[in-house]
Design a protein around this ligand. Structure first.
Ligand code: ADP
Length: 646
């Protein structure tokens, strides 16, 4: 076994590799960019080496600097994680030329699987079923169109160098072929520098089932399958193992095919053979086809670890250090069921836009495995993947594991950035998914329901409001004491674009009524803390006037300061100015619009609060200078009203 290894990666996977190294007594060397200087993986490693820069090209993709760091710190081997240099055969060659061990397959195995067309041809030769299609070198549009016709529509055009769904186009009928081909080729050229495509029969009710393999360079075993059919735009969202509805015959057939694939290229280390499965009428041993092989550890490997009890990173280190495979096929069994959900900083209502921000608060339930590379206070930066964590659960059956997943997601707490947590929760409750009826189109079909924002319950607002004014503590004996009338306090909070007026009336110690837009919620303090209309309160996190009420779903409410709103109304009445530097969130009017005094014309986001900018008088909009999304200075004129006729 190695004394010291370098991990050429960041984030959750670097941390996860370090965890296993710790357990095995292996010293770890982290590398990091400038923006990651304080990152969790740097803190966890025994030694850290700065690569400088921020973007991957300036840091984690600098193979030479990484190899130099390994040599300088006495590391004998390099673990590439996933992404970055993990499937780069030139890097493998360079690592080996430097006298170091690459923890992964040989450069030739990576090359063999690097291009989808060559890999498909090789697999067909090894007797692995491949999707019917054309993967030839002739790329003339006429020939490709003819091949598509011969395969039979619908067909899928795929970039041979593709990944992440780029350069992929579904074509339903011949008339759409030429345009789809042109756009797939140009996307492939831009993304991969290689415009070549292949054409495949499109499987209409497809499931993505992949097999985890592990080789020692000669022989290989498989660690069963994972179902990754819950995808959004070809990106995996929730994965599970084993696959629902899998039969022993089909598992056997897929496992054997995957092992054949691995052995055909002398595979060493952890790899994944991805198959597409026709789920139209149940799983059949002749209904799966090779798609591609990922020659690295996959993001979703923990579900395999959960059902097999194998630590795949430990196996990677042992096999790379020259040990034989830790066990034979017959030793491997499946226990229970596991799910993994990928938690991202992303703005789901805005179309799953990657988000950035500081994680003001981050906590995971003890009952789940959370693989993460960030802590409370860390920043999700625009330079890297916005994944916050992978939440992994294991249960004795699929139903038990799914219940645990729902619970784990409901108990996961993130404040400071938007996340896809509510979307994951909705998916975990999806009826079809619950009964194991999955295919890759599920999310797309039910997207509206899965991303629906439920109505805000007054009790949730009441909790946020109490926390915002600091009344969510244990009551004090003199709370609410006043000579003539109950103590009352007014407060406005914003939920998205809606502003809610709230009135907090303290009637006595532990007895508060909160009127939310006139609807009264009774907050009462008892042995187990505050209850709202009889229901127990949730955990609430407050920072800078923003309350995050955790739960299913988690709700974010911002305190709106009435003084700021008035300040924004503009002194002259003609001009609507930004009261402070901020981001224009929304503009509600355009030139020519007639407005009345008090109308909301725009929203400015500043100091983590939303400020409504109101019209100071009746009038007609002359000009709109502000654009939603633009950053403005204090005093900037955003909207001008036509001068009043006197
Ligand atoms: P990439 O490497 O770009 O991620 P893949 O070849 O792995 O592309 O395919 C990504 C996803 O596209 C699969 O998981 C599956 O959902 C879908 N897909 C791929 N091939 C087919 C096909 N022949 N028919 C239907 N869907 C497919």
């Amino acid at each position: 076994m190695f004394d010291t290894i370098l991990i050429a990666n960041r984030g959750e996977i670097a941390c996860r590799v370090i965890d296993t190294c710790r357990r095995l007594g292996v010293r770890t060397v982290a590398v990091h960019s400038d923006v990651d200087a304080q990152a969790r993986h740097v803190e966890m490693a025994d030694v850290a080496v700065s690569l400088g820069g921020a973007s991957p090209a300036e840091s984690y993709l600098r193979g030479d600097a990484i190899i130099a760091a390994a040599q300088a710190t006495g590391a004998q081997a390099i673990h590439p994680g996933y992404g970055f240099l993990s499937e780069n055969p030139e890097f493998v060659d360079a690592v080996e030329a430097a006298g170091l061990v690459f923890i992964g397959p040989s450069a030739s195995a990576i090359r063999a699987m690097g291009l989808k067309d060559a890999a498909k041809a090789l697999m067909a030769e090894a007797g692995v079923p491949v999707v019917p299609g054309y993967q030839g070198v002739d790329q003339s549009p006429e020939l490709l169109a003819k091949e598509a016709e011969a395969i039979g529509y619908p067909v899928l055009i795929k970039a041979v160098a593709g990944g992440g769904g780029k350069g992929m186009r579904l074509v339903e009928a011949p008339k759409g072929f030429a345009d789809a081909l042109a756009s797939a080729q140009s996307e492939a050229k831009t993304a991969f520098g290689n415009p070549h495509v292949l054409i495949e029969k499109y499987i209409t009710s497809p499931r993505h089932i992949e097999v985890q393999v592990f080789g020692d360079g000669e022989t290989a075993v498989h660690l069963f399958e994972r179902d990754c059919s819950l995808q959004r735009r070809h990106q995996k969202v929730i994965e599970e193992a084993p696959a629902p509805g899998m039969t022993p015959e089909m598992r056997d057939a897929m496992g054997h095919a995957a092992v054949r694939a691995a052995e055909a290229i002398g595979y060493k280390g952890a790899g994944t053979v991805e198959f597409i499965v026709d789920g139209a009428d149940g799983l059949r041993p002749d209904g799966f086809w090779f798609m591609e092989m990922n020659t690295r550890l996959q993001v979703e490997h923990p579900v395999t670890e959960a059902i097999t009890g194998v630590d795949l990173v430990e196996w990677q280190l042992r096999v790379a250090a020259g040990e034989p495979l830790p066990c034979v096929q017959g030793d491997l069994t499946i226990t229970g069921h596991s799910f993994e959900a990928r938690l991202y900083a992303e703005d789901v209502p805005a179309g799953f836009l990657p988000a950035t921000g500081r994680l003001a608060h981050l906590a995971f339930p003890k009952a789940a495995r959370a693989d993460t590379g960030v802590r409370t206070g860390d920043v999700i930066s625009p330079h890297y993947d916005p994944m916050i964590a992978k939440v992994i659960v294991h249960g004795s059956s699929r139903a038990v594991a799914l219940r645990k997943l729902r619970q784990a997601l409901a108990e996961t707490q993130v404040a400071g950035t938007v996340t896809n947590l509510a979307f994951l929760g909705a998916l975990a409750r999806h009826e079809g998914f619950s009964v194991g009826d999955v295919d890759t189109g599920l999310i797309g079909r039910d997207l509206a329901a899965l991303t629906d924002v439920p109505d805000l319950a007054p009790a949730v607002t009441a909790q946020a409001v109490l926390a915002l004014v600091g009344l969510d503590r244990a009551p004090q004996p003199l709370d609410g004491f006043a000579l003539w009338a109950p103590v009352a306090q007014e407060l406005a909070v914003a939920f998205g674009e809606d502003i809610l007026g709230c009135l907090i009336t303290t009637r006595g110690p532990g007895e508060i009524d909160v009127a939310v837009n006139g609807q009264i919620v009774a907050a009462r303090y008892g042995a187990n803390g505050w209850r709202f209309d009889g229901q127990p309160g949730a955990a609430v996190f407050v920072e800078d006037g923003v309350a995050t009420v955790f739960g299913d779903p988690t709700t974010v409410l911002r305190r709106v300061d009435p003084l700021d709103v008035e300040a924004g109304a503009g002194a002259s009445g003609d001009l609507i100015e930004a009261p402070m530097p901020g981001l224009v969130r929304q503009v509600f009017v355009s030139a020519g619009a007639t407005v009345a005094k008090g109308d909301r014309l725009a929203i400015l986001e500043a100091m983590k609060m939303e400020h409504s900018l109101l019209a100071a008088r009746d009038g007609v909009v002359a000009e709109v200078m502000a654009q939603a999304g633009s950053q403005v200075e204090a005093g900037a004129v955003l909207i001008r009203l036509e001068e009043e006729e006197i």
